[in-house]
Design a protein around this ligand. Sequence first.
Ligand SMILES: Nc1nc2c(c(=O)[nH]1)N[C@H]1C(S)=C(S)[C@@H](COP(=O)(O)OP(=O)(O)OC[C@H]3O[C@@H](n4cnc5c(=O)[nH]c(N)nc54)[C@H](O)[C@@H]3O)O[C@H]1N2
Ligand SMILES: Nc1nc2c(c(=O)[nH]1)N[C@H]1C(S)=C(S)[C@@H](COP(=O)(O)OP(=O)(O)OC[C@H]3O[C@@H](n4cnc5c(=O)[nH]c(N)nc54)[C@H](O)[C@@H]3O)O[C@H]1N2
Ligand SMILES: [Mo]
Length: 765
Amino acid sequence: MTGEITSKAAATGTREVPGVEDYDGPAGGWGALGAVAGAIREQMGTSTDTRALLKMNKPEGFDCPGCAWPDPKHTSSFEFCENGAKAVTWEATVKRLDDAFFETHTASELWSWSDHALEDAGRLTRPLRYDAPSDRFVPLSWDEAFARIGTSLRALDDPDQAEFYCSGRASNEAAFLYQLMARAYGTNNFPDCSNMCHEATSVGLPKSIGVGKGTVTLEDFDEADAIFCIGHNPGTNHPRMLSTLSAAAKRGVPIVVANPMKERGLERFKSPQHPTEMLSPRSTQLASAYHQVRVGGDGAMLKGVMKALFEADAADLAAGGDGLLDRAFIAEHTQGFEDLAADIAATGWDEIVAGSGLTQDAITEMARTYWSAKRVIICYGMGITQHGNGTHNVQQLANLLLLRGNMGKPGAGICPLRGHSNVQGDRTVGITEIPGEAMLARLDARFGIVSPRAQGHAAVESLLAMREGRSRACISLGGNLAVAMPDPEACYEAFRGLDLSVNILTKFNRTCLLLAKETIVLPCLGRTELDEQAGGPQAVTVEDSMSMVHASRGFLKPAAPELKSEPAIVAGMAKATLGEGPIDWDWLVADYDRIREAIEAVFPDFADFNKRVRQKGGFRLTVGASGRVWNTPSGKACFHVHPLRPSGSDALILTTVRSHDQYNTTIYGMDDRYRGITGRRDVIFANGEDLAERGLAHGDKVDLVAGPGRRLAGFTLVAHAIARGSLAAYYPEANCLVALEDRDRASGTPNYKSIPVTLERSEGG
Ligand SMILES: Nc1nc2c(c(=O)[nH]1)N[C@H]1C(S)=C(S)[C@@H](COP(=O)(O)OP(=O)(O)OC[C@H]3O[C@@H](n4cnc5c(=O)[nH]c(N)nc54)[C@H](O)[C@@H]3O)O[C@H]1N2
Ligand SMILES: Nc1nc2c(c(=O)[nH]1)N[C@H]1C(S)=C(S)[C@@H](COP(=O)(O)OP(=O)(O)OC[C@H]3O[C@@H](n4cnc5c(=O)[nH]c(N)nc54)[C@H](O)[C@@H]3O)O[C@H]1N2
Ligand SMILES: [Mo]
């Protein structure tokens, strides 16, 4: 392997630091089984229904709320996943927030609780409203809650003073009704979690290949002969992907990783579903080459891979070969090739090496694996998108694939690993601040409304508008917006200044405690629970990372009798806000087939929706680029040229990552098993040589400083296998270091993953 970076022992000696030690095991294995048993014990006690875990991702079961990785036809036998099990037990917990809980604890007291403790207290059971005189959340009826929301929304001067946040847990049916309500009310303000996540994909890929989604299906992984994994951590965030990678590795397919941190889930895997593997000391080696690119260095690395490819292509031509580029594909299907070739030729190896932190040899080795394979898939995650140049990064990946025609043929293509289980679907069914005219026209025709045409707010704009008083209300369908966004102080101030804050949630969280003039919390059903409406039990639908749409049907007894489904809550708010009008909300919610018919009327891709979603495994939405149909203005796939980011400052670059025990702002526990961390999150992963150079050592306490007023104080340094010049800390603890305005200009994605910082020894540290 190239660019090997050793862990702390070699770099810094063996100082003992509480809660920090090397983890030697593979990903998965007995550790995963033990963790599942622990999660069941802690959340579900002994008496409860663990059937839920067995119905996950089965045709008649529910879609796992854990991630958006698809299932083999969504019909396979039980696919085991530790973190899916954590997500399910967290939702199916026996713990409840009953009336006594809110009588006992004031809002001021709850503010001092950790994010973990707030959610661990249990499921919400009743609608709640903040009562200032008693400083407590008090129960109220659904009718009163809806009436108060309606009154506040109608009192605004302009519908554009309201923000409608959508987190990617919401089903297609809930999200569709939600956008219908907001547009009937009069705004396109749809901040959504995609704005913090794969927005660089949604903005970058349409300009490259005419669609803002991945082009591959799960079957393509069976045919690929090289797989690149860049900037994602599947062992933690998409664990079911390890089965796919492990099958590829066993076929001898090279798996090339580019990641500043050594992630165990990309190195070795022992499948808990294979008894023989579990009982033998062996595990499957995943990465065939692991390149520890420096944080933020992907743009330089990708230019390097293309440079090595161009050089080898020229050498091959000179030697009488056919060259290594797919010239027929380039000629027939693309435009912009000459400009890209000129840009790569003009980029020097010195810039590439300095920017990426990788040697020319290492990059050439990556390139050789790339050109030696006929069919290549590139997978990527937040390590690519959450940068000031996230959109450029995404387009460089597309450039690289297009050079050898690795797009729109079996076994090849681009694979963005989506975040929330239905974040892609929510976008598909209309959660966007920049809706197209054709879609709005169909929506208006179907429902007899006049949707607003003006562009609305995405996440950062919505927070800025709230902070400046231009927006006065925020409704959140799921999520924990104030904690997920950069710059908590700015976000807290924004929420606290509102007239109305509504949070539709399964669990209470910090955003609920940012008290507006009217603060309402509405408890909803989760994926696992039976959703009974006037027309009988309902199923919802979701779209996974590979554009497969399928049904999800919960069956557990709801956590409390008063819970409503998300579609029913949206309908209740809509009726109370819009009054009598052309939309019959009760009729729609009585039978979700009616909502799906409406989705089909607005989005032609969903033709025969109700029929097709009842087929085993559901159906795939059309992705033009998968069949070499390029829906760009020129009808061709486009190469894009981007400058390298300036490098060379002395600052260390901090990235923020998820631990193995968290789901975004939901902190299940304080361990991060694969990185050897137990019982704490106040750590900074650093390269031992970088520390030594600064007179610091493993175990020292430091403050991270990102600029005036941006300081994360008293964190412990952990010497780790991470690239030189790079640091990593956990999200959301480190969000105070990111300014709200620090984002990718093209897509608005916050720069969560390349924050220049300096280290200062903590006082007394
Ligand atoms: N269990 C669990 N599952 C989840 C989630 C969760 O929190 N917990 N979250 C869901 C959501 S919403 C999302 S978006 C996905 C997130 O899934 P990922 O994209 O895997 O998320 P991150 O933890 O942010 O990790 C990114 C990886 O990128 C690497 N990285 C950081 N900076 C850079 C860089 O500059 N370049 C490169 N090449 N790599 C870099 C990190 O070392 C880390 O391995 O997971 C989804 N699934
Ligand atoms: N520094 C840093 N910041 C980041 C990131 C990062 O990598 N680094 N990642 C960003 C990314 S990729 C994302 S997607 C965002 C995540 O941002 P969000 O989606 O806003 O946050 P979550 O933590 O997923 O939301 C957790 C809440 O969802 C609610 N919930 C759970 N299940 C359901 C359900 O079924 N229905 C409803 N209505 N509510 C439910 C629970 O009450 C819980 O409190 O954070 C972003 N922030
Ligand atoms: Mo995400």
